[in-house]
Design a protein around this ligand. Sequence first.
Ligand SMILES: [Zn+2]
Ligand SMILES: [Zn+2]
Length: 563
Amino acid sequence: MTKKFLVTSALPYANGPLHFGHLAGVYLPADIFCRHKKHLHQKVMHISGSDEHGVAIMLSAEKAGIGYQQYVDKWNASHRELFAKYGIEFDFFGRTSSDYHKKEVLRWFNDLNSKGYIGKKLEKQLYCSSCSKFLPDRYVEGTCYACGYKDARGDECPNCGEWIESLRLTDPRCKICSNTRIETRESEHWYLLLSKLESLFKSWFASKKHWKPHVWAYTNALLENGMVDRAITRDLTWGIDVPIEEAKGKKLYVWFDAPIGYVSNTIEHFRASGAKDDAFKDWWKNPDTEIIHFIGKDNIIFHALIWPCMMLSTGFTNPPDDVPASHFVNLEGRQFSKSAGWYVDSEQAIDVFGQDALRAYLCSIIPETGDSSFSWDHFISFNNELGNKIGNFVNRSSSFLAKHWPDGLPAEAFAKAASAENFGVFKKSIAELTSALDAFQFQRATSLLIRFGEIANETFHAREPWKTIKNDKPHAEETIALSVFSIATIAALFRPFMPKFSKQLSTYFTGYLDGAGLDALYQGRVEVMVDAFRGGFRLPVTPSPLLPRIEEAGVAGFRLGKT
Ligand SMILES: [Zn+2]
Ligand SMILES: [Zn+2]
């Protein structure tokens, strides 16, 4: 059986805009990976959707004075729109507030419960008597027991950074009604008994040494003190009801329901597209399917430990083969913070600079081996260098071709340029790019791609066709034929990274190389070009400048004030 790839991207939380860190950390690499596999003619499916439950959403909706559903509707639509602008494609992008998701979550809960992996515990919790409700951490404020700061949040102190246990806050008060007479009451909660799943998990995890070192090490460290049971229910009014009579009024914790979204969204995708009955099994329970979760490193515990435990114990799906978590992207060296104004509107940016410039630069800062940083200076220099090296090369060589061979470059030129030596260089570059992407090395793949363009550019200049055309025309013809090979290869190889630019470039080969031809090229079968240009080549378009320069004036409005 040939391998298939089931790719998921972390469900974006429907509680605010997505910034460059989300895009470069999760969605862009997942999109590149899927496009890469498609061009290799390997089966791939990309699933994601909005994560629409949880306390943070409730607080934001309440602050905005709108209903929870209305609030998540807004962010679901906004995220979809942003992904479309960035050319990030999904086979299905669903929602966790949907009925189909709820149904699937209950199936998981009931199965885990019937197998004894869910248990009840009594928990002390803060209770507001004037609101008559239990207060989740984020609904409480009080004085920090570590530093004495008056307005510490129930989960974290913004002053000293201490992770707060809300029960220990001095002078706790209710965030909803400002009541300061807060009681401590006991409430029953249901737990996922991870302690019971430890040996099952460990024997599976032992086979995951191929994971990225930081993901493996982080997960391994979590195992050192034994696996801890985790509460999966909360006293909230927004979320999925716990399907147990005595848990009436409680909802499932968002971290429990969210990852099930990968599965529920796939089921809904198959239902909506009329797939065959065995489609689910074929993708989620097939040893020949590689399940890959693209996430940020803040999500490792859920995707590398808890979620696999749920998968292993229910047996509803196979566990993931890989969890290539990325590091963080900073903005000019500092963490993105919308509230602190350290922020760029990623939608406004793409409206100004377009998909090619942003995808190109974001590809170069995908944080695969460590944290990276978005910088406007680097954005300008990176794009202008790309324009100088690749845009100018394509424009110069194709304009030269159009000017001197308006009736077409003769077939003999291509026969000569298709030497074993030249094609060897092409094949090697393509093979390196393919293995980098297969290994989730997106930043490295981007550099390899640019290097390929650089070599083509250097070769063009070193062979000086503008001189040889005067005294050795066949030499000049061979140079341009080689440039044509390079441009076609650039058009093929850039597709996962900059699909718009590639599409534009592929119009240079209309009638010579179609999508299948470019795929063959992408797969390293460079001989397709011999066939394509067997009768010579007449440029079917008038070359126009590609990859326009980014000017400081365009960026000025986005630069952040010095703070
Ligand atoms: Zn209250
Ligand atoms: Zn503090």
